[in-house]
Write a protein that binds this ligand. Structure first.
Ligand SMILES: Cc1ncc(COP(=O)(O)O)c(C=O)c1O
Length: 455
């Protein structure tokens, strides 16, 4: 039974609840919310009352819907997350790592991984993926480098990486997981941007299928669910007991999970797994592929195509920096992208992207590229992202809360950073607390006056 059907059945009982939440399933809704959200949203918002279940120790309907999801994904277990992939990533780390355990992390990780380091007390060993200067993005990890790093550091317990990357670049997880297995290292894949992959083969192969131990996905990013609906999936071969994940999640998540979000996660998964879902994804891929073909025919415009998820459209236009292109799309065509860098612009699509929206983008880009826009391309004006090899002086958990002083950036060379320098999006750190400030950091931070350093 779905959570939606369960709630509908429950409502027939007409129980009189003196419990939270105090809006009493819509008995009182502040007027502004009522108008914008509608009564229905409140009607399905319950707490862990008699006859329902408890997300922190599920035994009833929540257990059933999570088991149903696990079956759909081919996982040993599935955990619904009402606090985003952020919570899933931290819980995945907690389930494996203890204080002073070593963990290998691809540097293009989301900042939640850093937060997981602060909380678990684990010690990071960083691995830098290949950086594509032409497009200003990270690509894949070198397998030999992964193998060497794990050979050199026999005590690494887990490897955490993002796949697909923010821009959609896919790695060969089959081979990465084989290397991890050879070294007895758990593989955690942040698949926040790959939530459609389980439901449409042409998008990408899910990391779980390719042998990752733990996978975290954001259903709100591409799969159409409410913010911040996510899921944590555990591989059938993973040796960590289910209870460990539950304990880890219980450390960091609310005791009042949102039932509308849980219901929405359940409905999203069931829809994606249905014939209608399959057709919807077919339509999405057809439309996006059509758009990409059209974009490729526009003079002066280039589309990034290197083993990437087609739902992420990365483009650049001759004579324009990514920032300029982004500004023009916004100011002239009211088109807002996901993010831009000095070279390119990222436009995210997903299940909710109707054809008409894609057509607007195509028209705007055709018009923009035809209109002889020439902006002074002075590369020095733009902050070029630097793929700087980090030097960790103090681990994130040790440096957390330590006293700091704010000094002029130009005097910060060789001191220990107390700041996370991490432009968002994409939220990939350039410098983290506890890391030594290098010459390259100072160059990158030219337009900042000060930086916090360890006192
Ligand atoms: C690669 C990646 N991982 C994890 C996250 C965190 O996901 P959530 O917003 O679901 O917490 C994000 C969010 O932008 C992301 O881009």
């Amino acid at each position: 039974m779905s959570l939606k059907d369960f709630i509908q059945e429950y409502r027939k009982n007409k129980r009189v609840l003196f419990t939270t939440p105090s809006h009493s399933q819509g008995g009182f809704i502040v007027p502004g919310s009522k108008k914008m959200l509608g009564e229905r949203f409140f009607e399905c918002d319950y707490s862990e009352i008699e006859g329902f279940d408890n997300l922190s120790d599920p035994n009833g309907i929540l257990k059933d819907i999570q088991n149903n999801a696990a079956e759909i994904y081919g996982a040993k277990s599935a955990f619904f997350l009402t606090n985003g992939s952020t919570s899933g990533i931290i819980a995945a780390m907690y389930s494996i790592l203890s204080r002073n355990d070593k963990v290998l992390i691809a540097r293009n990780c989301h900042k939640s991984v850093y937060n997981g380091l602060v909380l678990t007390g684990a010690v990071p060993v960083w691995i830098l993926p290949k950086y594509n200067e032409e497009w200003g993005i990270y690509e894949t990890i070198n397998l030999d480098c992964l193998d060497e790093t794990l050979t050199r550091n026999k005590d690494i317990k887990a490897f955490i990486m993002t796949n697909p990357t923010y821009e959609g670049v896919m790695s060969d997880i089959y081979r990465i997981s084989a290397v991890c297995k050879k070294h007895n290292v758990f593989l955690i894949v942040d698949e926040a941007h790959g939530a459609l992959w389980n439901f449409h083969k042409s998008l990408g192969t899910p990391a779980l299928v390719q042998g990752a131990d733990i996978v975290v996905q954001s259903l709100h990013k591409t799969a159409g669910a409410l913010n911040p609906s996510s899921i944590l999936l555990v591989n059938k071969d993973c040796k960590i007991p289910e209870s460990r994940f539950q304990e880890a999640l219980n450390l960091i998540t609310t005791t009042s999970p949102s039932y509308p979000i849980l219901l929405n996660i359940d409905e999203t998964i069931n829809f994606l797994n249905s014939e209608k879902g399959r057709l919807k994804l077919l339509e999405l891929t057809k439309n996006v592929n059509r758009l990409i073909r059209a974009l490729k025919n526009i003079p002066n415009l280039e589309v990034y195509q290197y083993n990437n998820d087609v739902t992420k459209i990365l483009i650049k236009v001759v004579n324009l920096s990514g920032f300029e292109l982004s500004d023009l799309l916004f100011s002239k065509y009211k088109i807002e992208d996901e993010c831009a860098n000095e070279k390119s612009v990222l436009l995210l699509t997903g299940i909710g992207n109707e054809k008409s929206k894609l057509v607007k983008l195509e028209r705007a880009l055709k018009h923009l590229c035809a209109s002889n826009i020439k902006i002074t391309q002075d590369e020095t004006e733009y902050k070029t992202f630097k793929n700087i090899e980090p030097r960790v002086r103090l681990t994130p958990s040790i440096v957390w809360g330590k006293p700091f002083k704010e000094i002029s950036v130009k005097y910060a060379l060789s001191l220990v950073s107390m700041e996370m320098i991490c432009d968002y999006p994409p939220g990939i750190p350039i410098l983290l607390p506890g890391e030594v400030i290098k010459k390259e950091h100072i160059e990158y931070l030219q337009d900042r006056k000060t930086i916090k350093v360890l006192a």
